[in-house]
Unconditional design. Sequence first.
Length: 66
Amino acid sequence: MKKVIILGGGFAGVQTAIELQKSGKFKVTLVSDRDYLYIYPISIWIPVRTAEFDDVKVPLADIRKK
Ligand SMILES: Cc1cc2nc3c(=O)[nH]c(=O)nc-3n(C[C@H](O)[C@H](O)[C@H](O)COP(=O)(O)OP(=O)(O)OC[C@H]3O[C@@H](n4cnc5c(N)ncnc54)[C@H](O)[C@@H]3O)c2cc1C
């Protein structure tokens, strides 16, 4: 099985990891300097206190389990 390393755990990296993993053709390793996916679109609500920082991130470990 081919091995793939993806750099960055943003939308692009996570989606690529999911698709390659689902294909069953690759052993995928995702490397990121954060242990969470940061959801930028809803981060706009943090300054106006409609959302908290913790509401805007999804742990990469949770995504990996799924
Ligand atoms: C406030 C805001 C609102 C937005 N709203 C929308 C929207 O409504 N709709 C829309 O389509 N787009 C929106 N965007 C744009 C969207 O968030 C970006 O286009 C998208 O996040 C890009 O994804 P990416 O995976 O390429 O990069 P990023 O999301 O920036 O992910 C890069 C990842 O790489 C990691 N990384 C960086 N350097 C290193 C390193 N040296 N080693 C390891 N890991 C590293 C980072 O920690 C991060 O996890 C918004 C952006 C912002 C800032």
